[in-house]
Design a protein around this ligand. Structure first.
Ligand SMILES: Cc1ncc(COP(=O)(O)O)c(C=O)c1O
Length: 405
């Protein structure tokens, strides 16, 4: 099996703990253990046996996860080691050589990489930036500069007609990341319903990676694909919205029979979550704590987005479609410098780590994390601004492509 390089993860794995300012992170600044565990919980925790827990996740944890999906029970949930294992196990189960997988792009590149490694052909449908004028009408575009007073890029939109057209009799799976990494776009209820209807009408599966659900800047919880029909699988976890990536707790929510089959795959991957992680995850998802964590995340994202927006407003050669949810934003920059070269220069010369857009197949963009501390964000953006000023012309004209493969 030929496994393609997961460039985004490689780039972060190699550099993220060595740089002065890490803006490559896609979640929110992690909690410390003491912020999660109250003094009253401590004695209890010290009694935790460090054996194998229930291998598909303890019942109390699965019940707490199920409580986030209308009508779900513990039987609809498999606990995994991170959202990445959830996606892996699902793709491993569903995708066979010769299948086609429709992937909404840009996206976290795990699923397309896995699908190709498992012998499938990936058909891409791209989110596009839309311009919205003052009357609220949208049209294609996305490349006017911020100085344009009439219209500004407002949202990344999905053309659902294109998704339907991409499905063929060989399509096994439609994969979407919603809310989306790297754009911060969020599909609305009608769009999630239509996406799920496309899968239902054509007999293929819908895999919705919803690990950013709950991290909405405006506080409106994103619609989930969960439970819309018996070929919908949702993945999630504690790493992004809840600020607990070090717990390595993810999950799959789906029909009970499918969850059972996926559990059989998980026997082959990691067997079980860590006992302590399962225990701490139960604490984190206790309803009042869960709400506190979500509120912390949303506040942080709003504050940091204001910093990015102010910075972008001061730089005529960058453009941002404001993120609706999630821990990251895409910055489009003027000029023709390849994003990998720009990101490497920024890292090597300025000590700032961002993710080059090319890791998502999207040239002339950089992905910047907005979940961290405000001070490094300010400093990192200032250095990025200096670098861009030293080497950029105006943004490309409105008709130029926003991506290059
Ligand atoms: C959309 C998406 N899904 C899954 C993951 C992996 O999550 P985890 O760290 O819980 O394995 C990431 C990590 O960046 C992600 O962005």
């Amino acid at each position: 099996m030929n496994i393609e390089s997961f460039d985004l993860e490689r780039w972060q794995s190699v550099h993220e703990h060595q740089v002065e300012i890490n803006l490559s992170e896609s979640g929110v600044h992690p909690l410390r253990l003491r912020e999660l565990v109250g003094a009253g919980d401590l004695e209890d925790l010290l009694e935790q046996e460090l054996g194998y827990p229930q291998t598909n996740g303890t019942i109390p944890l699965r019940e707490r996860i199920a409580a986030m999906y209308d009508g779900a029970t513990a039987a609809n949930v498999l606990v995994t080691n991170g959202g990445s294992e959830a996606n892996f196990v699902t793709c491993w189960h569903l995708v066979e050589p010769g299948d086609e997988v429709v992937v909404i792009q840009p996206t976290y590149m795990q699923i397309p990489g896995l699908a190709r490694s498992f012998g499938a052909t990936v058909r891409e449908v791209w989110l596009e930036p839309r311009l919205v004028d003052h009357a609220g009408q949208s049209g294609p575009g996305g490349s006017r500069g911020p100085a344009d007073g009439l219209r500004s890029p407002a949202r990344w939109r999905l053309d659902l007609g294109e998704v339907r057209a991409a499905v063929t009799p060989h399509t096994r799976l439609i994969a979407v990341c919603n809310p989306n990494n790297p754009t911060g776009a969020r599909l609305d209820e009608a769009e999630v319903a239509e996406l799920s209807a496309i899968a239902a009408d054509t007999g293929c599966w819908l895999l919705a990676d919803e690990i950013y659900r709950g991290a909405e800047l405006d506080g409106r919880l994103s619609s989930s694909a969960w439970g819309r029909h018996d070929r919908v699988i949702v993945t999630g976890g504690l790493s992004k919205t809840f600020g607990l990536p070090g717990l390595r707790i993810g999950w799959i929510a789906g029909p009970a029979e499918v969850i059972d089959r996926l559990w059989g795959r998980h026997d082959y991957t990691t067997i079980a979550p860590g006992a302590l992680n399962d225990r701490l995850a139960r604490l984190a998802l206790e309803p009042s704590r869960r709400q506190r964590l979500v509120a912390r995340t949303r506040k942080r994202l709003r504050n940091n987005q204001a910093i990015v927006q102010a910075w972008a407003g001061e730089h005529q050669t960058v453009q941002q479609v404001p993120p609706e949810a999630g821990g990251v934003t895409l910055i489009r920059y003027a000029g023709s410098r390849p994003s990998a070269r720009l990101a490497e220069t920024l890292r090597a010369q300025q000590g700032v780590l961002v993710v080059p857009g090319i890791h998502f197949g999207l040239e002339h963009h950089l992905r910047v994390g907005i979940g961290g501390e405000p001070d490094p964000l300010h400093r990192g953006l200032a250095r990025l601004g200096d670098l861009l000023r030293s080497a950029s012309g105006p943004l490309a004209s409105e008709t130029s492509p926003t991506r290059e493969h």
